[in-house]
Write a protein that binds this ligand. Structure first.
Ligand SMILES: Cc1cc2nc3c(=O)[nH]c(=O)nc-3n(C[C@H](O)[C@H](O)[C@H](O)COP(=O)(O)OP(=O)(O)OC[C@H]3O[C@@H](n4cnc5c(N)ncnc54)[C@H](O)[C@@H]3O)c2cc1C
Length: 431
């Protein structure tokens, strides 16, 4: 077994690209204790949880790491809009836990975590198993605020899908798009802030348009949005005009487009803007932290989990960490890329904590590619560091794709989007 030592930790963190500029030899005292036998339990095997688990083992293989995740395979939300356009299949988006188990010696238990006893430091699973932990990491993603729109419920989502957690919902929406009558109307009800994946709804409108352009060219697409602006808006809107003419209509809060009621049976949506009936309705509800985060008592009044934004340790419970969509991470968007890099910082924080070392300051990054068309990509990059305890964008770093670009440049960005997907999923699940 590879044992933890100060030099190997520094090397591994630097290789993972998580070491901030302040991270150096001075960050690690010579007073290293063995973590042998220490147990870390990770709730959730998505972008955040799987990364934390893998990188804890990479930094200190003597730690006993267990992921609790009900699904035997994980279908990613990133790329699920591409699936709606028919650009990739379900296999492309689906990842298993074999490499984490066999190559990284991580225990993976396919159960739901149902409760946590913080005093005893134990997690209870659906089948009654009780697991002890020294440190707990929670990365359960999002849940929906089902009471946000009158008439829309979890049951209603079986008819008007949200497809905001990848899996059967994504397949249902794809089926409805395929079966939509020629010249029919697709309507999206977009979510209010904050929500998982800022550009996601607008990439979805684009991918639905890409599909209709080829298979249902007289179809129309409408988006009713409770916000007045969205991520990469001018790039999306420019691309929509360039590729789809007038096919996509977007209305925001200023137009009265905040949806207040939905009649599921009659596929009708009510807002001040208008009462609209459509053939396919995709409702993306308002969101909050994953349920288990509420059950453990990790959320505040906002419905999300406050954490120390350099270590991702909960501000409410010492020894419990929260990464990914559920945590409050300042200016960092809720994305798979963010969840994964937060997972690497959190792994470093857990290992340094278990070894009695100081966690160095972090500097971190998010990248988000979106497809506006199958050969038309755009992107945004942000670099963040904690300022007075809150992750803020580093001035002069990051940026978005240029407004005026050739179709060749947009095609190159589309290729980068696929490369990004391949490399991040390989890093988390397959290497
Ligand atoms: C359509 C769409 C497109 C997107 N595109 C992009 C993109 O291009 N790039 C990008 O960076 N991000 C993208 N995202 C965002 C990305 O999917 C999320 O930000 C990311 O999945 C968050 O990771 P997470 O670990 O917080 O949650 P998740 O990846 O959702 O993982 C949470 C896991 O926890 C498990 N879980 C929940 N509760 C429990 C429990 N009690 N016990 C055990 N397990 C539990 C769940 O089964 C789940 O597998 C997109 C999202 C959507 C919806």
């Amino acid at each position: 077994m590879k044992m933890f030592n100060r030099r190997s930790l520094i090397k591994a963190m630097a290789a993972a690209g998580v070491a901030g500029s302040a991270f150096g030899l001075q960050a690690c005292s010579n007073n290293v204790r063995s973590t042998s036998g220490k147990k870390v339990v990770v709730i959730g095997g998505g972008f955040g949880g799987s990364t934390v688990a893998k990188y804890i083992k990479r930094y200190d293989s003597s730690v006993d790491v267990t992921i609790i995740e009900p699904k035997k395979t994980y279908m990613t939300c990133p790329g699920s809009n591409w699936y709606l356009a028919g650009l990739v299949d379900v296999e492309y988006l689906t990842h298993d836990y074999e490499s984490l188990k066999s190559e990284h010696d991580i225990n993976v238990i396919h159960q739901m975590a149902t409760s946590v006893d913080k005093a005893k430091q134990t997690v209870t699973l659906d089948d009654g198993q009780v697991l002890a932990y020294d440190r707990l990491v929670v990365s359960p993603g999002i849940d929906f605020r089902w009471d946000a729109i009158e008439g829309y419920s979890e049951e209603a989502s079986e008819i008007l899908p949200h497809a905001w957690k990848a899996g059967p919902q994504t397949e249902l929406l794809a089926k409805q798009i395929k079966e939509m009558p020629q010249g029919g109307r697709f309507l999206m009800v977009a979510p209010p802030n904050p929500f998982r994946c800022g550009p996601g709804p607008y990439e979805r409108l684009s991918m639905v348009a890409d599909y209709f352009k080829r298979h249902n060219p007289t179809a129309t697409i409408m988006c009713l949005d409770p916000k007045n602006k969205f991520s990469k808006q001018s790039l999306f809107m420019g691309g929509w005009r360039e590729l789809y003419g007038q096919m996509i209509e977007w209305y925001g809060a200023i137009d009265g487009a905040t949806v207040t009621k939905i009649d599921v049976e009659n596929k009708t949506v009510y807002s001040e803007f208008d009462t609209i009936t459509a053939d396919v309705i995709n409702v993306i509800p308002a969101q909050k932290a994953g349920k288990i985060a509420f059950d453990i008592g990790l959320t505040d009044d906002s419905g999300w989990c406050p954490v120390h934004q350099g270590t991702f340790e909960s501000k409410l419970h010492k020894g419990i960490y929260v990464v990914g969509d559920s945590c409050i991470a300042g200016a960092m968007p809720k994305s798979g890329h963010s969840a994964s890099v937060q997972g690497k910082h959190c792994a470093a924080a857990v290992v340094t904590d278990l070894n009695g070392l100081d966690m160095p300051a972090i500097r971190t990054v998010n990248t988000c590619y979106s497809l506006v068309g199958s050969e038309y990509g755009i992107s945004v990059v942000g670099v963040y560091e904690p300022v007075d305890g809150v992750l803020k964008g580093v001035e002069g770093a990051g940026g978005v794709s240029k407004g005026a670009a050739s179709l060749e440049e947009r095609k190159q960005e589309a290729n980068y989007a696929f490369s990004w997907y391949q490399s991040i999923t390989k890093d988390i699940w397959h290497s």
